[in-house]
Design a protein around this ligand. Sequence first.
Ligand SMILES: N[C@@H](CCC(=O)N[C@@H](CS)C(=O)NCC(=O)O)C(=O)O
Length: 235
Amino acid sequence: MAYKHEDLSPPLDSTSSPPPLFDGTTRLYVSYTCPFAQRVWITRNYKGLQDKIKLVPINLQNRPAWYKEKVYPENKVPSLEHNGKVIGESLDLIKYVDSNFEGPSLFPTEPERRKFGEELITYIDTFTRALYSSFKGDAAKEADAQFDYLENALKKFDDGPFFLGQFSLVDIAYIPFVERFQVFLSEVFKYDITAGRPKLAAWFEEINKIEAYKVTKTDPKELVEFYKKRFLDQQ
Ligand SMILES: N[C@@H](CCC(=O)N[C@@H](CS)C(=O)NCC(=O)O)C(=O)O
């Protein structure tokens, strides 16, 4: 199926009025640069739900007060307005969107693949935390350990280039963070995450061909500036 192109609307800020909340429209609130929101955005795109789930971008730096007051008291993105409720947490949301909407299934049925998929999804917080906290220390050493872990995981099922063979929620959970680490490690530490890791190289190449993901990618220059300030205290 051809990928359906959509124009992205500008983020809503403190001067914007709220959408007509709870009118039966399903809305996915995101920030275009948030890796957690990106997971749900990719899932929605891959399942071809552009017309069923309306994307509502929020400017997190200048947030509309109604977002916390009327939509999501946690005041974070992503959140999903569906069937009169609002739910959050990206890892729960990708499963929710996969199970409750039409489109290709993004989690296998075979028990061994499901179990491995759950393990990899559980590991992701360890993966991201270890890398973020290494930026002020030995980033290359930690990157070696974390990307070797992914390289090994990619060896488990060899009937496709993805973690569970075919493209799944596991790839979607990791890619927003791998995208950012790839850019930052390469730019600041001259570290190539795919060097000596053929499985990871193939995974990264294949995922970068997926239109549903490509349209969600973050601007690398802005990312480097943002991460330098946030993790290295550099202006
Ligand atoms: N555990 C949450 C994390 C979401 C999150 O931290 N989102 C950030 C943007 S990337 C946010 O909304 N931050 C605003 C805030 O914490 O006030 C998830 O997986 O959805």
